[in-house]
Design a binder for this molecule. Structure first.
Ligand code: DHE
Length: 537
């Protein structure tokens, strides 16, 4: 027994020596960087790399790039990868002009250093940033304009830290408001009155659409790095929670933050640090990916990327919080609802898998492979003439759209099975449709061939072949990214993403261009109020 204990301790000591020895070796090998260069490395890593590789560089959508692994590669090799990108999907930051040659050299050296661990971010720090610009009681009781709020669009102007609110009827930019840096998504409140935005810097803003011109009425920074936000939507026997709370999903620190839905005052922080669903290994950085508000109960459906868990967070009693933990798949990312709004469909992109959760039974419904790195955005749902209710995803890793059955009650034979596949103009990010449309639109934003990321492809629901019905070059500058329909489902809006950005508005029936809204800096995602509140896609 005693011998056993001695052996155990000897093994621990030997392990520790090996570990610290490796650390010392690593520190010795790391190329020299001045304090100023190291700080610049931290900033560039946060802006360009952390989203895919993780703050602690343990890997997710991109591979693990820890110091020990990077020290085994030459600086020349690392510079080449950072400058030119890889076939596996890493962007060529130098090639696209987003990093200078000098920065790629700096970053090659930076990743041969140990990943600096950013500080935690708690309630006290959050409260210091909290501002209620217009108190709820001082806000107008009814709209102070004649516009149709339901047909307004919120548009991200990514690199200038702004959001534009555009009138979907007149196509007029009503107002540009200050938001967090590189806002990732807009979500409309359940009541349609507010837009909530979340910046990559973790700042959230609440925009009141009743004001004469859309106005930020509250803001707070709740994370150092974030991507997702949603509101409480439940109104039933447990009470009326419409817009009572909002929830923010942080990348760093890895946590969920629940805030008051009317003032954004932070109420509760829930850490997501836990163990991977399959190997039960502790993960120090499980980042929060997509969040949606359940239609079946007082719950948010929260996808936790690195642990592969989906949490159903019940907001009906925050003092006695209940979380249902569903084992799903690792590296969960983006997702949305099927047409019945019972099934949450989300990509586990690095496992080439789509995961489906039944929010009524609160259980995993299915997992199946679709292609290389599925990326549905919020997805697309329609009625296929042969297969009935179907849903679809595009892919980050290949130019492919995959269509699968999504009606377990009506067509159990093909539910959560791939029924169709088609080509797109290249690896893409988003697809979109609308119940009143005959078409499905998709981008190829990540395509590397000359000009392919400037294309739009459209498939016909009634005649879905192996090739798109039509693909065309939509712009001679920037890249095409993301689509949104107007409320009636008659127009499709596409973003041209660059510093001289614009929105192209198409007639969905004829696929003809109606208008370009110019003068928008780096427009990316956009959300129509009605379609967002009602989860129409
Ligand atoms: Fe996104 C959705 C994370 C890169 C534009 N993006 C999401 C969601 C997550 C996410 C978790 C789901 C939020 C939800 O529904 O609650 N995105 C990430 C990343 O980690 C990644 C890969 C790298 C990063 O550092 O951010 C990344 N995303 C991008 C882009 O490069 C895009 C095109 C422009 C940008 O802002 O950086 C981009 N992501 C979007 C958009 C959505 C989105 C427009 C929402 C789509 C929708 O229709 O709702």
């Amino acid at each position: 027994m005693r011998n056993n204990t001695i052996w155990k301790w000897t093994a621990v000591a030997a392990g520790a020596m090996l570990f610290f020895g490796t650390q010392a070796w690593a520190a010795k090998q790391a190329p020299k960087l001045s304090e100023k260069e190291f700080k610049r490395g931290i900033q560039i890593y946060f802006d360009r790399c952390a989203g895919c590789h993780g703050t602690l560089r343990k890997g997710a959508t991109g591979p693990k790039i820890t110091q020990n692994k990077m020290l085994k590669k030459s600086l020349e090799k690392l510079e080449e990868v950072i400058y030119h990108g890889t076939k596996a999907g890493m962007p060529g930051w130098g090639r696209t002009g987003e990093m200078t040659q000098k920065d790629t050299e700096l970053m090659a050296k930076f990743i041969q250093h140990k990943a600096p661990i950013p500080p935690e971010y708690g309630l006290r720090a959050m409260l210091k940033t909290h501002k209620v610009i217009v108190q709820p009681n001082d806000r107008p009781a009814s709209p102070q304009h004649k516009r149709d709020i339901d047909n307004m669009f919120g548009v991200i102007l990514r690199d200038v830290g702004q959001g534009a609110v555009i009138d979907g009827d007149t196509h007029e930019v009503i107002e540009k408001v200050k938001t967090g840096f590189a806002v990732h998504i807009f979500r409309a409140s359940a009541s349609s009155r507010y837009f909530y935005t979340v910046g990559r810097d973790g700042k959230i803003t609440m925009i009141d659409l009743f004001e004469k011109k859309p106005k930020v009425v509250a803001e707070v920074k709740v994370c150092a790095d974030a991507r997702s936000i949603d509101v409480s939507k439940y109104n039933g026997p447990k009470g009326n929670f419409t817009d009572k709370y909002a929830i923010v999903g942080c990348y760093w620190p890895p946590q969920l933050v629940i805030v008051d839905g009317m003032t954004l005052k932070p109420i509760k922080i829930i850490s997501t640090r836990s163990h991977t669903y399959d190997t039960n290994e502790y993960h120090p950085e499980p980042r929060v990916a997509a969040i949606v508000a359940s239609h079946a109960d007082s719950e948010w459906v929260v996808a936790i990327k690195e642990t592969g868990l989906i949490w159903l967070v019940d907001y009906s009693d925050l003092k006695n919080l209940k979380i249902t933990e569903i084992e799903a798949e690792r590296f969960l990312h983006d997702g949305g609802w099927d047409v019945s709004k019972r099934y949450f469909i989300v990509a586990a992109n690095m496992r080439d898998t789509i995961v489906v959760v039944d929010t009524k039974l609160k259980k995993l419904a299915a997992k199946f492979e679709t292609g290389v790195k599925p990326h549905p955005g919020r997805g697309a749902n329609w009625i296929d003439p042969e297969y009935g209710k179907v849903s679809a995803t595009t892919h980050l890793g290949e130019g492919k759209i995959t269509v699968f059955g999504s009606d377990p009650e009506g067509r159990p034979d093909i539910a959560w099975k791939v029924v169709r596949e088609g080509k797109t103009a290249g690896p893409g990010l988003f697809l979109k449709t609308h119940p009143n449309s005959e078409n499905i639109w998709m981008d190829s934003t990540l395509a590397k061939e000359e000009g392919a990321n400037k294309k739009i492809c459209v498939y016909k629901k009634a005649n879905f072949g192996k090739e798109p019905y039509k693909c065309w070059k939509a712009t001679d500058h920037g890249k095409i990214v993301h689509f949104e329909y107007n409320k009636a489902g008659t127009e499709v809006w596409a973003s041209v993403w660059d510093n001289n950005g614009e929105l192209i508005i198409y007639d969905d029936k004829t696929l003809k261009e109606i208008k370009r809204i110019k003068g928008l800096h780096t427009p990316t995602g956009k959300w129509n109020v009605y379609n967002t509140v009602n989860d129409i896609f």
